[in-house]
Design a protein around this ligand. Sequence first.
Ligand code: ATP
Length: 314
Amino acid sequence: MIRFEAASRSYPGQPRPAVDALDLAVEAGTTCVLIGPSGCGKSTALRMVNRLIVPSAGRVLVEGQDVGGLDPIALRRRIGYVLQGVGLFPHRSVADNVATVPGLLGWPRRRIAERVDAMLDLVGLDPGAYRERRPDALSGGQRQRVGVARALAADPPVLLMDEPFGAVDPVARGRLQGEIRAILGRLGKTVLMVTHDMDEAVRMGDRIALMREGRIVQADAPARLLARPADAFAAEFVGGDRLLRRLALLPAEAHAEAGSAPGAPALAPEASLKDALALMLASGADRVGVAGSPRIVTLAAVRAAAGGPERGPP
Ligand SMILES: Nc1ncnc2c1ncn2[C@@H]1O[C@H](COP(=O)(O)OP(=O)(O)OP(=O)(O)O)[C@@H](O)[C@H]1O
């Protein structure tokens, strides 16, 4: 796990610390997303974890160890790092890029070659087709996949991701986010990620930590942040369409009830409540069926879920 304990970073000549007494824990095997306005300290906080930036006060622990007491080079080999634009070595093949950390760790060549192929497979790139390519012969999304493969190659328990999908076009981005989230979940990685994109935070995060001026305004599960922003700043930041975002997170099946809706359109079993609402709007009906089940989702159920069980007093 990653833990910030009153971690601060000040710069000379700045009126306030870039990161100000940050307390945050990222539980093992979960993804926490740092989000907030430009300059709020997200990247500074992230870089304290692998000691690219040293705290002026407080400390950061990785798997129980204060990173301030660890050799920075050894530390960085235990922490995967994925950057926007990836930072692949342009004159090296995809295979050489993915092999970077295992090579530094002195793995035998054969083990490295097997690992490279396994990592390319993992991120959805056919090793035979991509192993020998140079980064400039890849699309933005493919480069990003190689960046993730490289970060995971030595099987680090902890992964840092700084705007990892910024260079990927919006259509490919959604798919890539879903795939990478599934991979990270399956591997049980502990991930701290920075983004300025709320949709990305909702899609990728088990928790979202919203920052402002070096401090955390709210750290919560995405559904809770969307349903119940802590203050006016949080409400404005998560946006006017936060209720739709929340509906997209909720499976329709979980909000279905017994009933029939003759002639009404049917939802796919894995559909979200946002899908249900879209189908109601498109068909003019106030209820839709769930395919293959004697259950329905009603407009009233969508309304109730949008406000959420967590809605506080007015
Ligand atoms: N080396 C430095 N010297 C002085 N000030 C710095 C330095 N690095 C960062 N800062 C300041 O610290 C604050 C936080 O910067 P940081 O890069 O962490 O923000 P951010 O939230 O990641 O922003 P963005 O979303 O724009 O990348 C900013 O006000 C920035 O100007």
